[in-house]
Design a protein around this ligand. Structure first.
Ligand SMILES: [Fe+2]
Length: 461
């Protein structure tokens, strides 16, 4: 359990200090209680907010009981924070009956209101999983009165701090954070569009210069999200891949598909089939397969960034594949699928962001052979706001459904995916809002899909 806050009385202060310039180390008192009024306080302490980490606070509390709801708050001087609610994970060997969580991604601030977060906060969930694009790095203004601060592409640590602080001023996002514990990983826009490891999308930026930017971006990300000490950045490096277990029912493997990946190559380039190219890097890839092989959980959930299923846009004989997701890293994907089969990994479910649309697919050992073995299911969740209002269908959706028999469903509205898992099945409900360019949209369930225990792949609920 990590309790997070940041001292930022002026979140958009131009120096990135959050209004804490010259304040040095500030002791922050924290307290955890079993009730919202804090009459049953069960843990408390003091954590130092330092300027080196933007006066953020990450408290790891390990004295709480497993599988219980708690409330927490912070105090500094006469100030007291709003109350957050959280829930500890069940003990590792516990027989958890049911796990409900939601996953989200892609919350471009100028593009729309975070109405989906507002509705998500009213759900009955154990956790929220964020799959990346927590911020966007550009200088967009949009037309909704939600222009990016600062009003330029962010590059420096001060810039990234201001951008994160701005996103955190959103009341719907605050509500979502305050309602549940969050499990986070990043995608590209936390640093720069489509970057790969030390390679910028701009060919004229040298890797050494890009790593300076990456270090700033990773640090601001760490400062603004509830991450453990094990994720404190070391220069331009930061470990975010990790495992989280919910009793014997589910294990989340949280992946990092950006920091260690090989550079993207051009479509139809023979280099795309080079087995030395990697999405996760050799070390994380080994760690992933070792972990899956050793897992005793009923459901093995990969929480990760980009589309894994083949996503061909050519309904004819040819292949037109996107190159920034697993489609551009086919040998790496094949190693993963082969490894899953060789290790007899059961009940594999991949949850994905990045694409700003909803999709559900069977993961095939050989996508060219519709009869080949299904190794798992993929649920792609749409954006919170990126892309604006969206539509039920678009050209990409028509092409995907026509060219990819393993895909079962497509929709391009905004929202989140609510997942309910028990020993018999994994259910995904696509929750959508009809618009995000005005506040106040209602939420509804667009479609539901299930994976049955022992039967890989997606079925209509
Ligand atoms: Fe995105």
């Amino acid at each position: 359990m990590v309790l997070w806050t940041r001292l930022a009385p002026e979140p958009l202060a131009e120096d990135g200090s959050g209004g804490m310039r010259g304040r040095g180390v500030v002791p922050v008192r924290w307290e955890v209680a079993e009730d919202e009024r804090f009459s049953e306080r069960v843990a408390h302490g003091v954590s130092n907010a330092t300027p080196e980490l933007g006066h953020s606070v990450h408290v790891e509390v390990d004295t709480l009981r497993p599988d219980r709801e708690y409330f927490y708050r912070f105090r500094v001087g006469g100030e007291i924070s709003p109350v957050g609610r959280t829930r500890t994970a069940p003990a590792a060997g516990a027989n958890l009956d049911r796990l409900a969580f939601a996953f989200v991604s892609c919350q471009n601030y100028p593009a729309g209101y975070y109405t989906a977060h507002r509705h998500l906060a009213d759900e009955d969930l154990r956790a929220v999983v964020h799959l990346g694009d927590y911020i966007y790095e550009g200088g967009a203004t949009g037309s909704l009165g939600r222009a990016h601060a600062p009003a330029r592409e962010v590059v420096s640590l001060a810039d990234y701090r201001i951008r994160h602080a701005q996103y955190r001023t959103d009341p719907d996002l605050q509500r979502s954070h305050a309602a549940f514990p969050w499990i986070v990983t990043w995608d590209d826009h936390e640093v720069e569009n489509n970057y790969a490891d030390e390679i910028s999308q701009h060919d004229d930026v040298a890797p050494g210069d890009f790593l300076v930017r990456r270090a700033a971006a990773y640090q601001a990300y760490y400062e603004h999200l509830p991450l453990r000490r094990s994720s404190v950045p070391k220069g331009p490096d930061m470990r975010i891949h990790r495992r989280l277990r919910f009793g014997r029912l589910a294990e989340f493997t949280v992946l990092d598909g950006r920091q260690y990946r090989s550079d993207q190559v051009g479509r139809n380039s023979p280099e795309a089939q080079d087995p030395d190219r990697s999405m996760l890097g050799a070390e994380q890839e080994r760690w992933l397969l070792d972990g899956l092989g050793a897992s005793t959980a009923r459901w093995n959930i990969l929480a990760q960034q980009t589309v894994m299923a083949r996503a061909d846009r050519d309904p004819g004989q040819g292949l037109r594949l996107p190159m920034d997701n697993w489609n551009g890293y086919e040998p790496a994907r094949q190693r993963l699928f082969d490894g899953v089969v060789e290790r007899c990994v059961e009940n594999l479910v991949v949850i994905t962001g990045d694409a700003h649309c909803s999709m559900a697919a069977d993961l095939k050992r050989d996508f060219a052979e519709p009869d080949s073995r299904t190794v798992g299911a993929e649920f792609l969740g749409t954006s919170i706001s990126s892309g604006g209002d969206g539509a039920d269908m678009d050209r990409r959706g028509e092409q995907w459904l026509a060219a990819n028999p393993h895909m079962k469903f497509y929709n391009q509205r905004r929202g989140y995916v609510r997942c309910t898992v028990d020993r018999d099945g994994y259910r995904a409900d696509y929750r959508v809002v009809p618009y995000v360019t005005r506040p106040g949209a209602p939420v509804s369930t667009l479609a539901g899909f299930v994976v049955e225990n022992g039967r890989p792949g997606v079925q209509e609920a």
